[in-house]
Ligand binder design. Structure first.
Ligand SMILES: Nc1ncnc2c1ncn2[C@@H]1O[C@H](COP(=O)(O)OP(=O)(O)OP(=O)(O)O)[C@@H](O)[C@H]1O
Ligand SMILES: [Mg+2]
Length: 253
């Protein structure tokens, strides 16, 4: 079971879009995938057709419920979701004073080992609080989407430092799966520059795949279907298929 935290504290970088559509593409290629929604916004859960108040996910983080009880199927063959939602916004406060709160998700994921998932994709909120740290402690791999617009690349230094700190202090197994440029519009200088900067900065940790800008990504969530169903012949589906192929090729050490 490969565990992948999809993270970038910069809001709107494409984390949720990547979680949902990479999950679909990995499943299409034969994988069994669990999407774990750790974001109080609950966008991934809504997109996957399983909106939630997040109360049950919060009880998993409080060690009161087993994660397996929270998991539900989605309309995508091979994809399950552990939905999140607004209650998760109170995680920080609810778990304050609990020693080892950031380890609860790791224990919950360990309890899934032996079940049939090949990939767990954890969608994280755009903050560096307990929820994101829990994801980085629980997972072996980090995948960061970076929006190819002028300001987005600025926050990447923080992300790199966070990953290094979590690795040094809390989770020595943590490694980069890769950084992927999203919302790329190759007609613009800024998109080309961001793609080049990612390649310079991350070297072989940068994915060859780039995810292009497509208006379809804005439409699909309200239909509660992923790109493979909403626009199977479009660039969005093609790009996430290509990302899935790379993710499978980059096996965790
Ligand atoms: N490749 C793309 N082309 C066009 N629009 C995109 C693309 N990827 C994401 N978007 C749009 O950008 C916005 C942000 O995407 P998304 O919700 O996936 O980011 P996020 O990192 O999960 O945001 P948050 O930090 O709020 O959780 C959404 O409106 C989404 O539809
Ligand atoms: Mg999101």
């Amino acid at each position: 079971m490969r565990t992948i935290a999809i993270t970038n504290q910069k809001g709107g970088s494409g984390k949720t879009t990547t979680a949902v559509n990479l999950a679909g593409a990995l499943a299409e290629q034969g994988g069994k995938v669990l999407v774990l929604d750790l974001d109080p916004q609950g966008n991934a859960s809504r997109w996957l057709g399983t909106p939630s108040d997040g109360k049950r996910m919060l009880s998993v983080l409080s060690r009161e419920s087993p994660l397996a009880d929270v998991v539900v199927p989605t309309s995508i063959d091979g994809v399950h979701v552990a939905p999140g939602g607004a209650w998760l916004a109170s995680a920080e406060r609810a778990l304050a004073g609990e020693v080892g709160a950031e380890l609860a998700l790791k224990e919950a994921l360990a309890s899934l080992d032996g079940m049939s998932w090949d990939f767990v994709l954890v969608d994280t909120p755009p903050t560096l609080g307990l929820l994101t740290i829990s994801a980085l402690v629980a997972c072996d791999e980090v995948l960061a989407p970076v929006e190819a617009s002028s300001l987005a690349i600025v926050g990447v230094g923080d992300l790199v430092r966070t990953v290094e700190r979590v690795r040094d202090r809390l989770n020595p197994r943590l490694r980069w799966l890769g950084v992927v440029a999203t919302r790329v519009d190759s007609r613009t200088n800024v998109s080309r520059e961001v793609v080049a900067l990612i390649r310079t900065r991350f070297g072989s940790d940068a994915f060859d795949t780039i995810v292009r800008e497509s208006v379809r990504f804005k439409e699909a969530p309200s239909h509660q279907v992923w790109m493979g169903e909403y626009d199977a012949h479009g660039v969005g589906h093609r790009d996430y298929r290509s990302l899935a192929t790379e993710v499978r090729a980059r096996r965790a050490a």
